[in-house]
Design a protein around this ligand. Structure first.
Ligand SMILES: O=P(O)(O)OC[C@H]1O[C@H](O[C@H]2O[C@H](CO)[C@@H](O)[C@H](O)[C@H]2O)[C@H](O)[C@@H](O)[C@@H]1O
Length: 249
């Protein structure tokens, strides 16, 4: 994986593009708890501007449940892919959701047992996965990783690392495969896909957009990546998007 110093994206990159956006760490700052995140007026306005600028060719591609992203954005009416590429909710009402894997109940019970004896550790129960969050219990990272690995192996679940969390989830897809599915929509044909994301779990998305003739934009510090461009942080990302779609205040 290349590790060059990446330039910021050019201002005209949205021309003829379809835009896929990660959520946590890309559009909103990371917080101590998953439920401490909100979509403010600035982000609402930006999503409306992007939808207008790109004729609706904008989607959120998140590890969060699609339902949660919908609830956070309210009436924006955009396409959302949730659960790391396993749930599709298109803006025309179509829905495609993978089955909840067997073994989730046992994995959740084991995670709750660990969290109950670990102050600060949180369990996130998702439709297609279960996550252990140790942002507020950093000393318990090893225990969380060990339990998630054990649950993944025992119940044939996909092990999904994240930022200060580890998840077991339904397998068979990732953000890269999800972007390929979205790009197969007729109205996206012959557009150039762009994907913005911050996490290692966004790398399959960067790889997919590059293979489809587009570009990935890494949000955060320089690291080995398949992205083509880089922006420093969430604030730089919001400012670049606003400028690129002409909605800067
Ligand atoms: O793919 P994303 O949209 O970036 O979602 C990835 C995960 O985001 C959430 O967890 C992360 O954000 C939390 C709130 O800032 C933070 O407390 C946590 O440490 C981060 O890992 C979400 O809770 C997960 O379900 C997503 O998979």
């Amino acid at each position: 994986m290349p590790h060059a110093t990446l330039p910021p994206p050019p201002a005209d990159l949205l021309d003829g593009a379809s835009l896929f956006l990660d959520f946590d760490g890309t559009l909103v700052e990371l917080a101590d708890r998953p439920d401490a995140v909100a979509v403010d007026d600035r982000l609402h306005a930006l999503m409306r501007s992007l939808a207008a600028r790109l004729d609706g060719r904008v989607a959120i591609v998140s590890g969060r449940p699609a339902e949660q992203i919908h609830a956070l954005f309210g009436s924006e009416g955009m396409t959302v892919v949730g659960s790391h590429g396993m749930e599709f909710r298109w803006n025309d009402g179509r829905v495609r959701v993978a089955d909840r894997p067997e073994g989730m109940a046992q994995a959740l019970a084991a995670m709750h047992a660990l969290a109950d004896r670990t102050p600060g550790m949180l369990v996130e129960d998702k439709p297609l996965g279960a996550a252990l969050h140790f942002r507020m219990a950093p000393d318990a990272e090893e225990a969380a990783q060990a339990l998630a690995s054990e649950m993944a192996a025992r119940h044939n679940l996909h092990l999904q690392p994240g930022k200060m969390m580890v998840e077991v989830r339904a397998g068979g897809g990732d953000k890269g495969a999800a972007i390929r599915t979205l790009m197969a929509e007729p109205e996206l044909a012959s557009t150039r896909p762009l994907f913005m994301g911050d996490d290692h779990t966004d790398e399959p998305g960067f790889e997919a957009v590059a293979a489809l003739g587009g570009a990935g934009i890494l949000v955060g510090a320089s690291r080995p990546t398949d992205a083509t461009y880089r922006l420093n942080d969430v604030q730089a990302t919001l400012a670049w998007l606003e400028a690129a779609c002409g909605s800067a205040a």
